[in-house]
Design a binder for this molecule. Structure first.
Ligand code: ADP
Ligand code: MG
Length: 718
């Protein structure tokens, strides 16, 4: 039995205006019977019903359910009360239009964590006479295909399926014609035999005809009651209700349904957010790209067991040109050298020195008139260095093995080709001969010679050393040249491109040890630049172990240079793949690129969070009615939050999937372009992208959902 005493409800609008909807009303109802509540519009009928149904809270006064005050109910008990004890029938039906009759009814039971059997539902449908002409229940009908009277019957069936102790109906016939209305009252009258039914109506005639009792409200007070209030029941046992939860599967489906509403807005929100997350994902991938690892991987993939490790320092850059002295930095690099020997077993110190500009020009046949003033990139000889350092290396048995030294097969008489025997001789690579054949050779007196065949270079001077042999090295020059021509933008250097197109200029020159000390003149230009030292090492066979080596503090470190400036020292790999990998690294892992990408990524992440939030707010606003209905039916706040969370999780998952796919595709395109697996979307970029997408989703969900959860079901339904 349900009773209330001194019940008051005062609404406070946002502007602070107070409306007293109920002012201290009391009554008690027995466990069954049909009770009508009459009154003019605005007299407080709906307010009373909402309070009794637990979808709104009174300002003061007490409602007692089977002897237990409703105010003692915990949040969960109240949800259970709404769901199990009460069956609410609204004037506006409040059915979920996207579901069928059967699904609408089943949902009421699902909220109690109960499964509704088809049989059970059909029986209730027969009970409310919702059948076709042949008497088959309209289980699979869409709500939109029903008449007003039929919809109201679905609403009653939805209440009945729960076998509630009490049915509350707020103007259930308000939208129906008189005949349909009467049929409904007959139905309710029958149902009130074993439960209490409270019906709000304007229709005094019907109330008198069907009602067991009539309550009349005016201005928030009970002004008439055909059966005076009996004494409130004594405190009994605390009413206990079966608490239920919306099944997760159903919440997920409802969350997914939410995405069906504003499709264009959804598509735009998701694509924009995904694009922004993609920028972030790529920036992260670029930031975690590892030049050394890529080079190692390429070497291992191609079965190359030897690589040249070169000291990579900012040392030279700290010296303005013209102010360069020959400075021995070997003591700084000694730890590196020691570490190399320790790790790789044998590390061969070689000399790899860039050629000076003068020497380069001296040997170039067709030197453009104004070339002295043009940038170094117009200089084919410096291009030679740029494309992949030409280097002078002392011949050792290990290197002969590594380079598979063989005379240039183009030589008609290979016996004229030999390795240097004195420190005034040099053996050059076939790659360099290609360049002379393209550009011509100029001697010291300025005479230009056309070079038609490799033989023509034998005996000529190269950096004041006499060329004694032309050897091939094992790299696939044609392939590498093609790659490089494609990769590098030559449009600003047409003069150079004329000579170097189709040539891959990686060349290793072989000299005797003394040649390097002896030649401080033209071979290295006028400046005896301290070049980079190279170490030839045999890889250990374990790429991860090799990679870890480069992070050692005695391999990568900072130390002061001769001018007292802190300089960074590390090792980098020189191989035929270096150009591509370094080009990619130069373009995409450069500090300014990364800074810009980070900022853009960061700003985009914020914008994307806002977009996400605005979409969810709109979507929740749009579905408020649906969520309010669920709440009124007894869904807990948690259930409703779960639905919204699922909706945003699905969105986040879509954004994550799209942006990850975009990042993967873009990285694959770049890797194909640079012919190196440089951009690896590894665990850390994926994790960051994941955290970004789902973090943004969480941020965007909290506010709208919090606002929704705070409101009472009656409030949401308004
Ligand atoms: P009835 O159902 O009898 O037409 P209601 O119970 O809906 O009347 O409303 C009673 C009074 O309370 C009316 O003056 C109405 O304007 C006011 N009221 C109802 N709901 C709210 C609300 N959420 N905020 C402010 N005033 C409200
Ligand atoms: Mg009303």
């Amino acid at each position: 039995m349900i009773s209330f005493e001194n019940l008051s409800k005062t609404y406070v609008s946002k502007g602070g205006v107070q409306t007293a909807a109920l002012t201290g009303v009391s009554a008690a109802f027995p466990d069954c019977g049909l009770v009508f509540i009459l009154g003019k519009s605005g007299s407080g009928k709906s307010t009373l019903l909402n309070l009794l149904g637990g979808i709104d809270r009174p300002t003061s006064g007490a409602i007692s359910v089977d002897g237990t005050p409703l105010s003692d109910f915990k949040e969960g008990d109240l949800d259970a009360y709404r769901n199990a004890y009460v069956g609410f029938v609204f004037q506006e039906y409040n059915l979920l239009p996207e579901y069928t009759v059967g699904q609408n009814i089943a949902l009421a039971l699902e909220l109690q964590s109960q499964r509704a059997g088809r049989e059970e539902i059909d029986e209730v449908l027969r009970q409310v006479e919702l059948t076709d002409r042949d008497g088959n229940p309209l289980f699979d009908r869409k709500i939109g295909e029903l008449s007003g009277g039929q919809k109201q019957r679905v609403a009653i069936a939805r209440a009945l399926i729960k076998k509630p102790k009490m049915i509350l109906a707020d103007e259930p016939t308000g939208a129906l014609d008189a005949a349909t209305g009467e049929a409904l009252y007959t139905l309710l009258k029958g149902l009130s035999k074993d439960r209490l039914i409270l019906v709000v109506t304007h229709d005094r005639e019907c109330a008198e005809k069907y009602g067991d009792r009539i309550l009349t409200l005016a201005d928030g007070e009970i002004v008439a009651d055909t059966a005076p209030a009996s004494a409130p029941a004594a405190e009994g046992e605390k009413a206990a209700f079966r608490r239920g939860r919306l099944p997760v599967r159903r919440a997920l489906a409802m969350g997914a349904k939410g995405l069906k509403h504003k499709k264009l807005r959804l598509a735009i929100s998701i694509l924009l957010s995904a694009f922004m997350c993609f920028i972030f994902g790529f920036a992260f991938t670029a930031a975690t790209a590892d030049t050394l690892n890529t080079q190692l991987k390429l070497s291992y993939d191609h079965g190359e067991t030897y690589v040249i490790l070169e000291n990579d320092s900012y040392y030279m850059a700290t010296f303005p040109s013209g102010n360069v002295e020959k400075i021995d930095i070997s003591h700084i690099m000694k730890p590196q050298y020691d570490a190399l020997g320790e790790y790789f077993g044998e590390a061969l110190l070689t000399y790899a020195r860039p050629f000076g500009t003068n020497q380069a020009w001296d040997n170039l046949g067709e030197r453009p008139e104004n070339s002295q003033k043009t940038s170094w990139s117009d200089d084919p000889y410096l291009q030679m260095i740029y494309r992949n350092s030409d280097r002078a290396v002392e011949v050792t048995p290990e290197l002969m093995e590594y380079f598979h030294i063989a005379p240039d097969p183009r030589l008609k008489d290979p016996s004229v080709c030999r390795l240097p025997e004195t420190d005034s001789e040099i053996a050059i690579s076939d790659a360099m001969v290609d360049l002379f054949m393209a550009a011509g050779y100029r001697d010291e007196a300025g005479n230009i010679f056309e070079i038609k065949a490799p033989e023509d270079m034998l005996g000529k001077e190269y950096g004041h050393l006499t060329i004694c042999g032309i050897y091939t090295t094992p790299e696939n020059r044609a392939e590498m040249a093609e790659k490089y021509d494609k990769t590098y933008d030559w449009s600003s250097e047409p003069e150079t491109y004329k000579y170097v197109q189709g040539l891959h200029l990686m060349g290793v020159s072989f000299v005797k040890e003394g040649a390097l000390e002896r030649n401080e003149g033209p071979l290295y230009g006028d400046h005896p630049l301290v070049g980079s030292f190279g170490y030839v090492v045999k890889l250990s066979g374990d790429r991860m172990k090799d990679r870890a080596f480069f992070d050692r503090k005695d391999v990568t470190f900072t130390a002061p240079n001769a001018e007292g400036m802190e300089c960074h020292y590390s090792l980098k790999i020189r191989s035929q793949y270096s150009v591509m990998v370094e080009d990619a690294a130069y373009t995409f892992t450069d500090d300014s690129f990364l800074t810009v990408a980070w900022w853009i990524g960061g700003i985009f992440a914020v914008v994307s969070a806002l977009l996400f939030m605005s979409y969810l707010s709109v979507s929740i606003e749009f579905r408020k009615r649906e969520l309010g209905i669920l709440r009124a039916l007894g869904a807990s706040k948690k259930d409703v939050i779960l639905i919204c969370v699922f909706e945003s999780l699905i969105m986040a998952a879509l954004i994550f999937a799209i942006s990850l796919a975009a990042t993967l595709v873009w990285c694959a395109v770049l890797n194909a372009h640079y012919l190196a697996p440089f951009f690896i979307v590894g665990f850390i970029p994926i994790l960051s992208l994941f955290l970004l997408c789902f973090g943004v989703a969480a941020l965007a969900t909290i506010l709208p959902v919090y606002r929704l959860a705070k409101r009472s079901p009656a409030d949401i339904l308004k």
